[in-house]
Ligand binder design. Structure first.
Ligand code: MSP
Length: 544
């Protein structure tokens, strides 16, 4: 097919972020939600900057794993996928307030038709040839394995997948192959020219080591089952599910269908992936794009795993805790906050009820929630809810404003650029601590007792409310509902307009919340937790 000429149509360059598309053989678990929430916070952060943003997630619906699951349930694979997508995946993302702009399903015609064109193009260019594959395959990973990476099984013949710890299957099939081996040197050249392409550094090193060995050609078709995209030149074969799936990032962006949209979105700014699927994204996908003559994504960022009992949380070793079990206890805002705050992005970590409860109580309820309710209560009590002007600002107030400037710069760099969510959120909460410390030192409840301190009282309460105004904006990407309640209680909507329209570039401009704003008590942001009988908890402590 004719390729789009980027030189003639320089894209507006949206900030385009993708999650992996998830297999719908089962319902989403905490591990899947982890990446999707991270992408949501990242894209909301960039929206808050005022950028053109596009957030894509979706589902991976072809392949043997899904076919077998559907068969085991006595339904067609399409019925199975439709049911899971509508009853489990989409509702969870909605519940977690994921603001994705699109949801791609690999069984949609907008995807399958473009995929056929893409592979036909590679075939026509001589990038694909016919051969035969003999070797191990893990259906759980949907991945051809290298004999050297397998674990010993129960018998001499049995070998286990290192990720699923289940026996791999032995394939002997006539397949079509993509000439991946030809791309090793070009890939290495590309990684060297753009050291930030794969993050974090450990992930980059792993990929470099892998590509420095000789790459083998990739089998890209299967002929023993038919749940997949048929090869346009040989319909006895369906496309290998990964080669189909990776293309979602371009098909959903308008590749081959909507040139203007494609120019705006592609290349993607960030592919978020779990570390187990790094090679597909950092080796195979770039090589496929090189072969097709398309630009490569700007960054591939690998996150670690949520672990249970020392192993990757998965269907077979779930904690027994679904995301909604946690949100019904802690709330959606705290859920979004907790995993990003507690586990440094890029490393493995474990969830525990104790750790979640401790952070909820000390950071969310005490440090943040109490600050918001105390300030609103004092403005209600001493000023009938009408925000007073800062009559006599001095050094203490300047110190709060300076702390805000620092917090904004640090959070913006860490969350917006480095995807260091834990560090960025910590910077915002450092600022909250500063404001709490300021109130403790200024003691507005004492100032309120003597009329000669009226100016100081007004100044202190204005300063605290103005600090909360900034906090609501900074936390909006992480905890949209709590931030909206706070915005509402500060009377900021009427004074400054919608929260989503507050720009990060202006958040540290001191004095934006005007005197006269109507402050109300509003809902408690993080209510005291109900007593809870924790289900059996995973063993390890959270890596924080
Ligand atoms: N369908 C492929 C991805 C195709 S992208 C073109 C796939 N799907 S998956 O559902 O098995 O996994 C999707 C993502 O979920 C992966 O990034 C994987 O790392 C992530 N996680 C699955 N379990 C996880 C944890 N326990 N912890 C964190 N992420 C985990 O692979």
């Amino acid at each position: 097919m004719a390729h789009f000429d980027f030189a003639e149509h320089p894209g507006a360059g949206a900030y385009y972020v993708t999650t992996p598309i998830y297999y719908v053989n089962d319902r989403p678990h905490l591990g899947h939600a982890y990446t999707t929430v991270a992408g949501d916070v990242l894209t909301r952060w960039h929206r808050q900057r005022g950028e053109d943003v596009w957030y894509l997630t979706g589902t991976d619906e072809h392949g043997q794993k899904i076919l077998r699951t559907a068969e085991a349930h006595g339904v067609t694979p399409q019925e199975w996928c439709d049911r899971l997508v509508e009853e489990a995946w989409k509702p969870l993302w909605q519940h977690l307030e994921i603001a994705n702009d699109d949801f791609v399903r690999t069984t949609q015609a907008r995807h399958t038709e473009r995929v056929q064109e893409f592979v036909q193009d590679l075939y026509d260019k001589g990038e694909i040839y016919r051969g035969s594959y003999t070797g191990p395959y893990c259906v759980g990973c949907e991945e051809y394995k290298l004999p050297g990476e397998l674990l010993p099984g129960a018998t001499e013949d049995e070998k286990l997948c290192p990720i699923h710890r289940r026996p791999v299957e032995w394939l002997e099939e006539e397949n079509y192959f993509f000439k991946l081996s030809a791309y090793g040197p070009k890939l290495l050249e590309f990684y060297a020219a753009d050291p930030g392409f794969i993050q974090p550094a450990a992930a980059r090193n792993e990929v470099l080591r892998f590509v420095e060995q000789d790459l083998k050609d990739l089998s890209i078709s299967r002929s023993t089952f038919d749940w997949g995209v048929p090869l346009p030149w040989d319909d006895k074969h369906v496309l290998y599910v990964w080669v189909d799936a990776l293309q979602n990032y371009i098909t959903a962006a308008g590749y081959g269908a909507d040139p203007e949209r494609f120019a705006r979105l592609w290349p993607a700014s960030v592919h978020l992936v779990g570390k187990d699927i790094l090679r597909f994204h950092a080796v195979i996908w770039p090589a496929m794009l090189m072969a097709a003559g398309l630009p490569l994504p700007k960054r591939v960022v690998a996150n670690g795993w949520l672990m249970v009992g020392g192993e990757k949380m998965s269907k077979s070793n779930l904690t027994g805790i679904a995301p909604t079990d946690l949100t019904s206890h802690f709330g959606v805002d705290a859920y979004r906050y907790y995993f990003l705050r507690a586990i440094p992005f890029g490393t493995d970590g474990s969830f525990s009820w104790e750790d979640f409860t401790a952070r909820y109580t000390s950071e969310l309820a005490n440090d943040f929630g109490n600050l918001a309710s105390r300030v609103a209560a004092m403005i209600g009590k001493y000023y009938d809810g009408v925000l007073p002007a800062a009559a006599a600002p001095g050094a203490a107030e300047q110190a709060v404003a300076d702390a805000l400037t620092r917090a904004v710069a640090e959070a913006d760099r860490r969350i917006g650029e480095e995807l260091d969510f834990a560090g960025g959120i910590a910077a915002i909460f450092e600022f909250i601590k500063t404001v709490n410390g300021y109130l403790t030192t200024q003691e507005p409840w004492k100032l309120a007792k003597s009329p000669e301190h009226r100016d100081r009282l007004a100044t202190v309460l204005y300063t605290a409310a103005e600090a909360l105004r900034a906090t609501a904006v900074l936390l909006n990407p992480v905890m949209p509902s709590a931030a909206a309640k706070l915005w509402d209680s500060l009377g900021a909507e009427a004074a400054l307009g919608p929260l989503a329209e507050q720009r990060l570039a202006a958040v540290a401009d001191w004095g934006r919340l005007p005197a006269g704003a109507l402050v109300t008590k509003g809902d408690i942001l993080f209510p005291r937790l109900e007593a809870h009988e924790a289900p059996e908890a995973p063993e390890e402590k959270t890596a924080s």
